[in-house]
Design a protein around this ligand. Structure first.
Ligand SMILES: [Zn+2]
Length: 154
């Protein structure tokens, strides 16, 4: 097919590969957030005294007043299930027999999206109190996956 015979309104695609490498940086707020998880087993937020909001994960600027945030807060390792979903497909598209439970866990005025574990899907409820299960300290790498999952507080 030539350019003149193609439908000019049809989406165009070319198959191929691009040799791209990239590096993601956490930024100043994220650096301290992930270092704290790795080294201390603590989840940090940052508090804006003007807006009285605690950002989790930590950030260095308030999204409301754009003020610089310098008050770091250990927000603890518990939160509440704000919402959740069940995944019946793996990331490669293959089917899962047992669903993976993914939740947004409210912590401070923010929260984290992560797996729920040690719970059956039918037992999960909005508002359920959950706690962090960290990897053993020697296995942590400074990533969100240093958290294995959240689990219900017994
Ligand atoms: Zn603010």
């Amino acid at each position: 097919m030539t350019l003149l015979k193609r439908d000019p309104k049809a989406p165009q695609a070319w198959l191929g590969n691009l040799p791209v490498t990239s590096r993601y940086t956490f930024g100043l707020g994220g650096e301290r957030f992930f270092r704290s998880i790795k080294d201390e087993g603590e989840i940090l937020g940052t508090h804006c005294p003007k807006c009285d909001r605690t950002y989790v994960p930590s950030t260095i600027f308030c999204e409301r007043c754009l003020g610089k945030l310098e008050e770091w807060v250990d927000v603890g390792t518990t939160g509440n299930v704000h919402t959740f979903t069940l995944l019946y497909e793996n990331y490669d598209g293959s089917h899962r027999e047992e669903p993976e439970i993914i939740a947004f866990v409210s912590i401070g005025d923010g929260g984290l999206v992560h797996r729920l574990g040690d719970v059956e899907p039918e037992e999960v409820e909005i508002g359920m109190e959950v706690e962090v299960v960290f990897k053993p300290k020697a296995e942590r790498e400074g990533s969100i996956l240093d958290i294995v999952h959240f689990r219900p507080i017994a």
